[in-house]
Structure formats: structure tokens, C-alpha cells
Ligand binder design. Structure first.
Ligand code: C2E
Ligand code: MG
Ligand code: MG
Ligand code: MG
Length: 289
């Protein structure tokens, strides 16, 4: 009887694994056709300049409108896209689409996330150059966001690619700083224009002394090296005020706006003045020290 049970259990796992493989294959196949079927869309989240309290740019964030299955978020398909190589055509589409749409809001900068896989295997520099040229967009408006994973190997090629992009006028931001295997020495070795402090640090601000000191240190270090600081995932006025007090240059987060479809950007900019007035700094005595 025990033997039979064991076999049953094994059979169960085998089936479960098989189901997972089949499901994965199905998603891969659907994703393969997503571009041609116009199912990919970019949403944009505003980035706010702390000094002027104005929207200075947007970050493009991909969404997959998968028919009846609704909107699929990047965390649910980017990894699969990387593992299957689909991230190369998808990433190219993102760059071209963002450059094309950037023509609609000429006063803003725009940031695009680039996967480590695309950074290495795609013809990134040429893709960026031609996308900018075809859209007639000035390179200094574009910012490429990479994560620390990009820096783990192929150091010389990585620096070469970063420098080629910067020589064009494109700026480079280090995304999710503090979550990967980064060491502070990366900041010296690689020529970033901006450091984006990960949301996990932002959300602990005011509640945890460590987070406050880490964030302050990163902002100061960045400033000392001529890098702009951006804090991601700002959800409360208290976080915003702590960041302002620490000299953070730029913020983004649900406090200001969730990522919105491109068609909503004009309205968002038009509404910004009244929104900004609501977000006047809180009285100093209410700021958590
Ligand atoms: P990321 O580049 O670090 O983007 C920030 C993520 O945090 C976005 O999630 C954004 O919607 C979310 N977020 C922004 N403000 C807040 C906030 O105040 N609170 C909370 N809880 N979340 C906030 P999203 O759009 O789901 O993207 C997740 C990740 O997927 C991105 O992280 C990025 O690594 C990747 N990704 C998104 N679009 C692309 C793309 O076009 N290409 C590539 N390669 N990766 C992308
Ligand atoms: Mg990003
Ligand atoms: Mg990030
Ligand atoms: Mg991220």
C-alpha cells in the first residue's frame, strides 16, 4: 500500500510539473505574438523635481493587454521574456514606442528600462540611435535605466556601451539601487548620471533609523559624484518631506501618480498645478525626525 501511495505522490508531482511547463509554453506563445497583435502598451509615471515641485519627466513602464486575461504586469512576464530571448524584440519595441510618444510632451524627459539581457545581446546603441533619429527626439531627453545585475560581468563591454550611449547625449540611471549585489565602488567605476533609490528604502523612511541613514548616505554620495538622486515609491507626504530635507533631487511614487496610459499625460500635466498646491510641505513640527 505504501508503495502505491509513493507512486501516486510521484505521479502527482509529475503532473503538476507538466502542467506548469504547458502553462509556461502557452504564455510564451502568446507573448511571441503580443507585439504584432498590438497588445503591448507603455504606461508612464511622472518624475517630480523636488526644487520646483514640477513634473520634469516620465518613466515608461510596460503593460501587456492580454485580451480576456486583462492587463499583465511586467513582473509576471519580463522574466519569461528574458529567458526566452523575447526581451530583445520587446525591448526594442519599448525604446521605439517611447521615443515616438515622447514627441507628444516635448518639455519632458523620458526614462526607459533596459533588461540586462537586452543590454548585452541586443544592438542597444544602434537601436537607441535610430529610434531617436526616426522620432526626431533629442538624445538628452532620454534616460536608460539599468539594474545592478548589468554590472556583474563583462565590465569593459558594459562601460563601453554606457559611454557610447552617453556620448550620444543619452543619460544613464542606476535603477533599484541597494537591492542587488552592488557595492559602493560600482558608483565610482561606472559612469551613472542618476541613482534611483529602491522603493524598499523609501517605504522604511521615518520608521527605521537605518533606512534614513542609508538614504541620506546614498543621496550625499551621489551628489559628491555629480549624480542626480531619485527616490522611487514615495507614497506619503512624510516620506517626501524627509527626502526633501535630505536633499533628494527627484521623486516618483503613488503619492504623485500611478503610472498612466500615454493618453492621460496631457491631463495629468494640466492638473498638476492644483495637485502640487495640495502637496505643500507639511508643517515642520509634524515631520518625523
Ligand atoms: P522599476 O523600473 O523599478 O519600476 C518601478 C515599479 O514600481 C513599477 O512597477 C511602478 O509601477 C511601481 N511603483 C511606482 N511607484 C510606486 C509606489 O509608490 N508604490 C508602489 N508599491 N509601487 C510603485 P511595474 O510597472 O509593475 O514594473 C515593475 C518592474 O518591471 C520595473 O521596476 C522594471 O524593472 C520592470 N519593467 C517595467 N517595464 C519594463 C520595460 O519596458 N522593460 C524592461 N526590461 N523592464 C521593465
Ligand atoms: Mg525603472
Ligand atoms: Mg526601480
Ligand atoms: Mg524594479
Amino acid at each position: 500500500r505504501a508503495k502505491g501511495e509513493g507512486r501516486g505522490t510521484f505521479r502527482y508531482f509529475e503532473d503538476a510539473m507538466n502542467d506548469r511547463l504547458v502553462a509556461r509554453k502557452k504564455v510564451e506563445l502568446a507573448l511571441r505574438h503580443a507585439i504584432a497583435r498590438n497588445e503591448l502598451q507603455l504606461h508612464y509615471q511622472p518624475q517630480i523635481d523636488m526644487k520646483t515641485n514640477s513634473v520634469k519627466g516620465v518613466e515608461a513602464l510596460i503593460r501587456w493587454y492580454r485580451g480576456e486575461d486583462g492587463i499583465v504586469q511586467p513582473n509576471d512576464f519580463i522574466q519569461l521574456a528574458e529567458e526566452t530571448g523575447l526581451i530583445i524584440p520587446i525591448g526594442e519595441w519599448v525604446i521605439r514606442e517611447a521615443c515616438r510618444q515622447a514627441g507628444d510632451w516635448p518639455e519632458l524627459t523620458f526614462a526607459v528600462n533596459v533588461s540586462p539581457v537586452q543590454f548585452r545581446h541586443g544592438n542597444l546603441v544602434e537601436t537607441v540611435r535610430s529610434a531617436l533619429a526616426e522620432a526626431g527626439v533629442e538624445p538628452h531627453r532620454l534616460e536608460i535605466e539599468i539594474t545592478e545585475n548589468v554590472l556583474l560581468s563583462h565590465t569593459d563591454e558594459t562601460i563601453e556601451t554606457l559611454r557610447a550611449l552617453q556620448a550620444m547625449g543619452v543619460r544613464i540611471a542606476m535603477d533599484d539601487f541597494g537591492t542587488g549585489y552592488s557595492s559602493l565602488s560600482y558608483l565610482r567605476r561606472f559612469p551613472f548620471d542618476k541613482i534611483k533609490i529602491d522603493r524598499s528604502f523609501t517605504s522604511d523612511l521615518g520608521t527605521c533609523f537605518d533606512a534614513d541613514s542609508i538614504v541620506a548616505a546614498v543621496i550625499n554620495l551621489g551628489a559628491a559624484m555629480g549624480m542626480v538622486s531619485n527616490a522611487e515609491g514615495v507614497e506619503t507626504l512624510e516620506q517626501a518631506e524627509l527626502l526633501r530635507a535630505q536633499g533628494c533631487n527627484e521623486v516618483q511614487g503613488f503619492l504623485y501618480s500611478r503610472p498612466v496610459p500615454s493618453a492621460s499625460i496631457a491631463q495629468l500635466l494640466a492638473d498638476w498645478k492644483s495637485k502640487a498646491a495640495e502637496m505643500q510641505p507639511v508643517a515642520p513640527e509634524t515631520v518625523v525626525q
